[in-house]
Design a protein around this ligand. Structure first.
Ligand code: ADP
Ligand code: TRP
Length: 317
């Protein structure tokens, strides 16, 4: 442990990682590792995912895939802590304590809860309490910086409010986290032009084979209103400079098939090294357990020290 400020973020293992997850989150994680200004903790939020994935086999497979993805994109367990939420029991313990100082009306204002309610869904208690588990994830590490997408902004506010409420009730214990909204440019469009998301079935998997890339790209919806197919361009500009694209799109104006073929080439060239690394890593029978063992040890050390202070602050120790 150094005395650098802490940076913490996490991803739920709820689906096969796609290029939206890469450009919107993982790429920035690797950049933070490279800059080296913070001690970085990157989590697999499996207990959050349990709200969505309720099959043991699927949970194990998606967790394995996410840890291999973290490694394949370049996160290095010797430089950052890669860990699984459920390996650190203090997260759920602290979430319970937060539940006791949080009111129902306050949690009812959460967007995710309101959306589910509005759609007439039956909301589980786990979904309702989601922000408290996330507050615990963040506050246990005294995380100063929490890089997230725009959609998670409210959750960071919940974490800040909860830290303040705890400090007022039991004495100064938690540092207030600062949100860091990852740049908007990173909203990656899917093959149908909407935001790329596993829930919309419009993704390009991050480690897609050449054939999968071809299939996904050929399925990109194009409209014929202009010379430039915007949905193709929107993905293309992630892997090639706009200057290079300008001449390419000018040369092939109106020729959507040729532009899609160029995108297949460029995406494949971009994905291939990470895909090879992913496959190489997945042949190693120890890599996932070893990475998680190491991460669990480091995360527990910090989280347990904090939890000791919390237990004393509330009077159970
Ligand atoms: P999905 O929308 O596929 O369910 P998640 O909500 O699990 O993805 O997102 C995991 C991470 O990837 C989050 O940090 C989120 O902000 C980022 N992310 C997901 N989709 C995109 C996208 N289309 N563009 C940019 N970032 C994205
Ligand atoms: N809720 C976040 C998401 O859906 C994932 C997450 C869980 C997280 N715990 C976190 C992100 C702590 C940042 C910090 O994307």
């Amino acid at each position: 442990m150094s005395d650098k400020p802490i940076l913490l973020s996490g991803i739920k293992p709820t689906g096969t990682p796609h290029i939206g997850n890469y450009f919107g989150a993982m790429k920035q994680f690797v950049e933070f590792q490279t800059i080296g200004t913070h001690d970085c903790y990157f989590m697999i939020a499996d207990y959050h995912a349990l709200n969505f994935i309720q099959s043991a086999g699927e949970m194990r497979e998606l967790t394995r895939e996410l840890i291999l993805s973290y490694l394949a994109v370049g996160l290095n367990p010797e430089k950052v802590v890669l860990f699984k939420q459920s390996d650190v029991p203090a997260h759920t313990e602290l979430a319970w304590i937060f539940d006791t100082i949080t009111t129902m009306p306050y949690l009812m204002r959460a967007h995710a809860y309101k959306d589910a309610e509005a759609k007439g869904k039956e909301v589980s208690v786990g979904t309702f309490n989601y922000p408290m588990l996330m507050a615990a994830d963040i506050l246990l590490y005294d995380a100063a910086k929490v890089p997230v997408g725009q959609d998670q902004k409210q959750h960071i506010e919940y974490a800040r409010d909860t830290a303040e409420k705890f400090n007022r009730t039991f004495g100064e214990t938690f540092a207030l986290p600062e949100e860091y909204i990852m740049p908007d440019v990173a909203i990656v469009p899917g093959t149908d032009g909407q935001k790329m998301s596993k829930s919309y079935g419009n993704t390009i998997p991050l480690f897609a084979s050449r054939l999968e890339i071809e299939e996904a790209v050929m399925s990109i919806v194009t409209d014929s209103s202009g010379d430039r197919p915007e949905n193709v361009y929107g993905i293309h500009k992630l892997v090639k400079s706009e200057r290079e694209l300008d001449s390419l799109y000018e040369e092939h104006a109106g020729k959507y098939k040729a532009l899609k073929e160029a995108l297949v080439e460029d995406l494949d060239a971009f994905i291939a090294p990470m895909r090879d690394r992913f496959h190489e890593l997945s042949l190693d029978p120890e890599i996932v357990t070893e990475t998680l063992r190491r991460g669990a040890e480091q995360a527990n050390e910090r989280a347990n020290a904090k939890m000791e202070l919390v237990r004393r602050a509330v009077g159970v120790a």
